[in-house]
Design a protein around this ligand. Structure first.
Ligand SMILES: Cc1ncc(COP(=O)(O)O)c(C=O)c1O
Length: 420
């Protein structure tokens, strides 16, 4: 990912299908002073404190578990019927901190393994690596994940004296695949987690892009046994600059001293030693955003989902138009048609590496992400990820034309056995 940023800096006129960033069209939605004022008013109303106290609260250290917990608990209840106490929620420095905290708290023995639905988000692979947690890839399928493969991995781990402690999955329009896991696959996954006794770490970063009144329920909404640790973020639905995410951790676990406690308490304690607390100012801005949408995360997302879905459709249409002529010559070229999320995956008859990316950027003015980074155990060598979330329609058109020119040249040279 750092390499991608470097390339974007090096070739500023290239159109980049690289970052999964929200669109700047929504910048005006998000007035920091108005959001802060809205949250301060809410505090005064809720607690009866003075305006000065409300403002002081935002400019000071805060509780490690956060100051948005009740708002988030109410939003989860209103949006999804999830019944969770505010004390079971920890507001984190983005989803990334939530991932690191959850892994640190849940994984205590080197024999504990993290299964990851693959291809998967690089942030969880990175957090697992940084914490010395070994991962086991589980294949994604068209409408879910390879449940038989997961059951096999659980049995195999056990036969080796280790243990699948948790599975990481982003069931709604995953990054990078855009896959949505069907309701029945979600139910089967929960049944397997119950039978085999593992946790599920659910990442809902792109769920808001479903944009329908009645989306597939989250794993947490279907979870009757506190097996699901749900991680969410305001980065895509709001702004990544906020660095505000949260984790719902309402399960009882045994701590290092052998005492039972709520996972959220363990996460809060860990957080107090890592980032102390999430910036109250940033939390207040995120809280203000929510309050301005009736306190509903779903309503906050609904205002943006249509935009992202039509950008995605514009990219798919452009690929249909510009790349179909290439398919006649190179039939392995193929692209996905997700119905939500920020990403399309493109298969190409090329060995995709950073050198190829540099040529694409330098000679054709188009940047994309190699898929190898999303495969912890190897794979994805002939695939690229295209993100369209922060581009304009015009950039999508021009970028796809450039991509088609690049692919034509690169595939022709590869067919002739020389470099493009
Ligand atoms: C699936 C997924 N989860 C989480 C994140 C990052 O969240 P945050 O910015 O809150 O750390 C991303 C960002 O790309 C993502 O794609």
């Amino acid at each position: 990912m750092n390499f991608l940023n470097e390339i974007m800096r090096e070739y500023p006129s290239a159109i980049s299908f690289g970052p999964g960033a929200p669109n700047h069209a929504f910048r005006d939605d998000f007035s920091i002073p108005e959001c802060l004022a809205c949250f301060e008013e809410h505090l005064i109303e809720q607690t009866g404190c003075t305006a000065k106290d409300a403002s002081n609260l935002l400019y000071d250290y805060g509780p490690s578990k956060g100051i948005l917990n009740r708002l988030i608990a109410d939003a989860l209840a209103m949006d999804e019927g999830i019944d969770v106490a505010p004390s079971s929620i920890v507001v984190t420095v983005g989803a990334q901190e939530a991932m690191a905290l959850a892994l640190r708290a849940l994984f205590r023995s080197p024999r504990d393994l993290l299964a990851v639905v693959t291809p998967c988000y690089v942030g969880i692979i990175g957090a697992a690596k940084a914490l010395g947690v070994d991962t086991v890839p589980i294949d994604e399928t068209d409408n879910g994940l390879d449940l038989a493969g997961l059951a096999g991995a659980v049995a195999h781990a056990r036969s080796q004296g280790s243990n699948i402690r948790a599975l990481y999955v982003a069931p709604d329009f995953a990054n990078p695949s855009g896959t949505i896991i069907s309701r029945s696959a979600r139910e089967q996954l929960l049944a397997l987690a119950r039978k085999e006794n593992f946790f599920i770490v659910e990442d809902t970063a792109y769920a808001f892009t479903a944009g329908v009144p009645d989306p597939t329920p989250s794993l947490k909404a279907l979870d009757t046994e506190h097996r699901v640790v749900q991680i969410s973020t305001f980065s895509k639905i709001g702004s990544p600059a906020l660095r505000v995410g949260f984790v719902v951790a309402d399960q009882r676990t045994r701590n290092a001293d052998g005492k039972d406690e709520f996972l959220a308490d363990a996460l809060g304690r860990l957080k107090s030693m890592i980032s102390v607390n999430t910036s109250p100012i940033c939390q207040a801005v995120a809280g203000g955003m929510l309050l301005r949408h009736g306190g509903s995360i779903r309503a906050l997302g609904r205002a943006k989902a249509d935009f992202y879905r039509s950008n995605l459709q514009a990219l798919i249409d452009a690929l249909d138009h510009k790349l179909s002529p290439l398919v006649a010559e190179w039939p392995t070229i193929a692209w996905t048609r997700p119905e939500g999320g920020f990403f399309v995956r493109l298969k190409v008859p090329l060995e995709v590496d950073l050198n190829l990316l540099r040529r694409s950027a330098g000679e054709y003015g188009v940047i994309w992400t190699p898929m190898v980074s999303f495969h912890p155990a190897g794979g994805g060598r002939n695939e690229i990820r295209l993100s369209c979330s922060y581009l304009t329609r015009e950039q999508i058109q021009v970028g796809t034309e450039r991509l088609a020119s690049f692919l034509r040249a690169a595939c022709a040279s590869a067919t002739q056995g020389s470099d493009p």
